[in-house]
Design a protein around this ligand. Structure first.
Ligand code: NAP
Length: 287
């Protein structure tokens, strides 16, 4: 693509941003659509998120992704916040509106689209969710909104699991999330579950770490979905497979959160064929 006087800019704000794969997603889509658009990372120093958002608006940057540690901190800097993102309390996509930006959460819908493409059901399922941090909180909302029958929310710090459960149950107006300490997994009902791994345990370079080490736990999982995609196959995924389950990593979640952001910025619909091309380029970074 030739950069010229009409080129629009999108980007990522966060800290750190050096290892991001988002430029692969957006610059490939811009090329496929023939859009005159570039996507670049913008590291933002601690305490400067408000300046960064105001500066981006002054420069007429079309859209931004927001990553760690600013997904919550960015909210007061926005003109509007989509109702779903507001209830999750996390924004990962900013779309230009007059005078500033509107915030969305495409992580959650991205995970949902990723699951749909893998034929993984949430509706009426009994689900184990590991973790109660920012990502797991969004997953808990997703499960509630998409009609999960019950979600056993297991976290190292029980208080945090209880807080997430209270918030999501109140918002869903039903007792769908059941908080538990990680150590209590043995008291789960004796049946097979979809398990979503939403902690940061096992992320490269700590590839041998896993949040629950006991093989007995993995015998209860028919499908394991790890939000981590680096390494390509986490120890959690290996243990699920070794015990007869299917296992998926989080790369398609990354893909679809990006695709949904691109669709919001450009008012287009990304085809399955274009999604496949982008996924192929992302995957090439791992295998
Ligand atoms: P976070 O807010 O920092 O939460 C971390 C979670 O991991 C907490 O539940 C924490 O438990 C748990 N944890 C950390 N160290 C632990 C340990 N040693 N033992 C047991 N539990 C431990 O992080 P996040 O933003 O939610 O991200 C979580 C993961 O999701 C990351 O690996 C990230 O890469 C991934 N992610 C992927 C995508 C994607 O597009 N695929 C998008 C977003 C996030 P405590 O509450 O007890 O501290």
């Amino acid at each position: 693509m030739e950069i010229n006087g009409r080129t629009r800019t999108c980007g990522l704000i966060g800290n750190p941003v050096e290892h991001t794969l988002s430029p692969v997603i957006h610059n490939t889509l811009a090329e496929r659509f023939g859009h005159n658009l570039v996507y670049v990372p913008f590291p933002v120093e601690a305490g400067r998120i408000e300046e960064a958002v105001a500066g981006a608006s002054a420069l007429q940057i079309l859209g931004l992704n927001v990553t760690v540690p600013y997904k919550g901190e960015v909210i007061p800097c926005l003109r509007e916040v989509d109702s779903l993102a507001a209830s999750i309390g996390a924004v990962n996509t900013l779309v230009a509106v007059p005078g500033g930006y509107k915030g969305y959460n495409t992580d959650m819908e991205g995970l949902y689209r990723a699951m749909v493409t893998e034929d993984i059901r949430i509706a009426d399922e009994e689900i184990i969710l590991l973790g109660a941090g920012g990502a797991a909180r969004a997953v808990a909302y997703l499960c509630a909104v998409k009609g999960a029958q019950r979600v056993y929310l297991l976290n190292r710090t029980l208080d945090k699991a209880q807080k997430v459960a209270e918030e999501v149950n109140r918002s869903a107006d039903r007792q769908v999330i059941l908080p538990m300490a990680l150590a209590d997994f043995d008291s789960l009902p004796d049946r097979k579950f979809l398990a979503i791994q939403g902690t940061s345990v096992g992320l490269a370079p700590h590839v041998e770490d896993v949040v629950i080490d006991d093989e007995k736990f993995y015998a209860r999982i028919h499908t394991g979905f790890d939000l981590i995609y680096s390494p390509w196959e986490t120890r959690f995924m290996k243990l699920v497979k070794a015990n007869g389950g299917q296992a998926y990593n989080g790369l398609k979640m990354l893909l679809y959160q990006g695709i949904i952001a691109y669709e919001l910025w450009n008012g287009v619909e990304v085809s399955g064929a274009d999604a496949d091309v982008v996924y192929g380029k992302l995957k090439a970074h791992f295998i």
